[in-house]
Write a protein that binds this ligand. Structure first.
Ligand code: 5GP
Length: 256
């Protein structure tokens, strides 16, 4: 097979040219970074887990009519996605105070927020992804007012879907980050969820124990992220528990 053309390499993923025009192959690396690359490690299996977990979330979103770039998973580490024009923003939705919100505003981690709070950050490693307001976004032409309205509505739908999905397996969705792209069809575009949605980009706490089941385990040296992400994948029914029979089993079962 001819060598594939790499389109982009990020900290946790590589994008290659896809098999058809308008498609890309998204490859999930095992590299883990935190603090804008200040802390780095290679965690065997992380790419495989995030590929599967992101597939699970994006497939669910597609099924309820929230458009995403995801087309299908190709193999353990790769998925076929639509090529989109990325909006240079990270959109964070928070349900419970944690991380930078707690640090910035002095609100104790774990304090439930009165309503979901949406924040925008400029995606720029050199600047350390600074927080920006709608005013900046419009003034600097990163997105139009209509786009912002659509982004907020998409972000809240993702929040509702993911909160329910996680609560069903005993996990609280504390906060998460998404990225959004424009999918062009002729002269028109629609906004779609792009990048990945995985424990790398969410805060997930066990409902009962409050244990962290996300990248904070790596950021704060709390244990093995391979084990932690496997736990999330197992609870979601994506991967079998060690020793569990897999034949005839598809996803989580209703418990009466
Ligand atoms: P915080 O602003 O508290 O650091 O992060 C809020 C949420 O967004 C967390 O779930 C965090 O994982 C996610 N997040 C924020 N920035 C990034 C980023 O640059 N990369 C990834 N993967 N997630 C991020």
């Amino acid at each position: 097979m001819a060598r594939r053309r790499m389109v982009y390499e990020g900290k946790a993923k590589i994008l290659y040219e896809g098999p058809e025009p308008g498609t890309l192959i998204q490859y999930f690396k095992d590299d883990a970074t935190a603090g804008n690359g200040a802390k780095k490690d290679v965690v065997e299996g992380k790419g495989v887990l995030n590929n599967r977990i992101s597939e699970h979330v994006m497939t669910g979103l597609n099924a309820i009519g929230v458009p995403t770039h995801f087309i299908r998973r190709l193999n353990m580490r790769e998925q076929l996605v639509r090529a989109v024009e990325m909006i240079p923003l990270e959109i964070v939705v928070r349900n419970v105070a944690a991380g930078s919100l707690s640090t910035r505003l002095g609100i104790e981690e774990g304090t439930p927020l009165p309503r979901p709070i949406i924040e925008f950050y400029l995606k720029d490693d050199a600047l350390g992804d600074p927080m920006v307001t709608e005013e900046h976004i419009i003034a600097f032409n990163w997105a139009a007012q209509q786009d912002i309205d659509d982004i907020i509505s998409l972000a809240l739908r993702v929040n509702d879907f993911m909160s329910g999905m996680m609560m069903g397996v005993g996990i609280r969705l504390i906060d998460f980050k998404i990225e959004i792209g424009r999918h062009w069809e002729g002269d028109f575009h629609r906004l779609v969820i792009a990048d990945e949605i995985s424990p790398d980009s969410c805060r997930l706490w066990d409902v009962k124990s409050g244990d962290k089941l996300d990248k904070d385990v790596f950021r704060r040296d709390l244990g093995s992220i391979a084990d932690t992400y496997s736990e999330v994948a197992q609870r979601l029914g994506i991967m079998p528990r060690p020793g569990e029979r897999t034949e005839g089993k598809r996803g989580p079962k209703l418990v009466h």
